[in-house]
Design a protein around this ligand. Structure first.
Ligand code: NAD
Length: 396
């Protein structure tokens, strides 16, 4: 079997678990050809720790790979994906798919504050950017996946099974991803991240919502159900003049929202609500609820009920991983024995690699990523109008 040679962009948090997941893919011969990132020291350290080759740039890596796995910050996703697609390589793009990152020249960028910039031109720019991706992917005829792990979480896949077997109609959904900031130093700066909580966190439950609504439509009528309108509010709670900082919550956000709410209507008139924020202590708070005409589910992504761990002995647990962003190990923790499994990361990589090797479209594809970002940037337009309903634009 010919190997699929994967090249990784980025040497940070996401790149680490992508390597773990690539190493666990079964039934497809995968070789990790190497890694590249912005800084020489970080890519060389990342490569040395894992026995990989470090490349100076994406361009240098392209001849040695069949697949580009993009784990760089959001501002770099679209140009790196375009370079790989134009070279005929499969591409997997981390969330958020892309975004609007302000003016191109450095001088103008220095004074760019994303939260103050008009949002309709941002939405237009994102649609254009995603149109370029769509064209390049169509021309290349390769597999282009969007790495939304919520789609692959075991609980969300179980709900897919329920929808397909029972022909249920989803009447409303409610999803949230909230926690205390991000491990990335550039999170909080719009020109790198493309937005705040809605882009960085809200995209997760919303990706699963888009996926399940698509499954429902295909099951019941053969046509995917897609998002039609959005109404949204955003806030900057940790930058309020009266915010009382006790030192537990990250606060260094430059020009992004730290709270967001979206109300979405679909083609069939049914609805979904997405909540997201940066101000949740006690670890990650990720869930999705589905209210259908013949069943109801609660998908507890994180925390879930797999294991609780109690200790009064913080120092002894220094090297014990319990759960992401828990901040303390004293007392009871909702311990996560294997987040790559419960959060869907293994299945995401497995599906993408199977499609790259054998043909086919991943469960989470470019079209889902496009609808996700179109909705979120339309949500920014709505928030600018204090929650007015805005139509979600479409590419095809
Ligand atoms: N699906 C998830 O649950 C999840 C979790 C974390 C991060 N992510 C996504 O993964 C991506 C990376 O996030 P992270 O937390 O790993 O960030 P990070 O800051 O830990 O790592 C980013 C890496 O990219 C490198 N980099 C920066 N600019 C680059 C460029 N122009 N070209 C090449 N490399 C560049 C940096 O040097 C660094 O090694 C983001 O899009 C983020 O949203 C997804």
């Amino acid at each position: 079997m010919q190997p699929i040679r994967a090249g990784i962009v980025g040497a940070g948090f996401a790149a680490n678990y992508h390597v773990e997941c690539l190493e666990r893919v079964h039934g497809v011969h995968v070789e990790i050809a190497g890694v590249t990132s912005l800084r020489k020291e970080s890519r060389e350290a990342f490569a040395a720790q894992r026995g990989l080759k470090a490349f100076d740039s994406v361009e240098d890596m392209l001849d040695s790979i069949d697949l580009l796995d993009i784990c760089s910050p959001p501002y770099a996703h679209q140009p790196q994906a375009l370079a790989a697609l134009r070279a005929g390589k499969h591409v997997l793009i981390e969330k958020p798919l892309t975004g609007c990152f302000g003016p191109a020249d450095d001088a103008a960028q220095a004074s760019f504050y994303g939260n103050q910039a008009p949002k309709q031109p941002m939405l237009d720019a994102v649609m254009q950017s995603m149109g370029e991706l769509r064209d390049a992917a169509d021309k290349a005829g390769v597999v282009c996946g969007y790495a939304e792990n919520f789609v692959y979480a075991p609980s969300v896949q179980k709900e897919r099974d329920v929808l397909e077997k029972t022909g249920a109609q989803i009447l409303r959904m409610l999803g949230e991803e909230s926690h205390n900031g991000s491990a990335s130093p550039v999170y909080g700066i719009w020109k790198f991240a493309g937005g705040g909580s809605l882009v960085g966190k809200g995209c997760h439950p919303y990706g699963a919502i888009l996926y399940l609504k698509r499954v429902e439509g295909l099951t019941r009528t053969g046509q995917p159900l897609r998002p039609a309108t959005v109404s949204a509010r955003i806030h900057e709670i940790t930058r309020l003049p009266n915010y009382d900082d006790k030192g537990f919550i990250r606060t260094d956000y430059r020009d992004i929202e730290d709270y967001g709410f979206m109300h979405i209507t679909f083609d069939d008139g049914t609805v979904a609500d997405v909540l997201t924020c940066e101000m949740v202590l006690g670890g990650i708070y990720d869930y999705l609820e589905v209210f259908a005409n013949n069943h109801r589910v609660r998908c507890r992504l994180n925390p879930n009920d797999l294991m609780d761990l109690y200790t009064p002995d913080q120092p002894a647990f220094q090297d014990v991983y319990t759960v992401e962003k828990i901040s303390t190990k004293i007392g009871w923790s909702p311990c996560a024995p294997d987040e790559n499994f419960t959060m869907g990361y293994y299945w995401e990589m497995q599906d993408f690699l199977e499609c790259a090797a054998n043909g086919g479209t991943p469960q989470c594809d470019l079209d889902l990523g496009i609808d996700c970002m179109a909705t979120i940037y339309a949500a920014y337009v709505s928030a600018e109008k204090k929650g007015a309903e805005v139509e979600i634009p479409r590419i095809a």
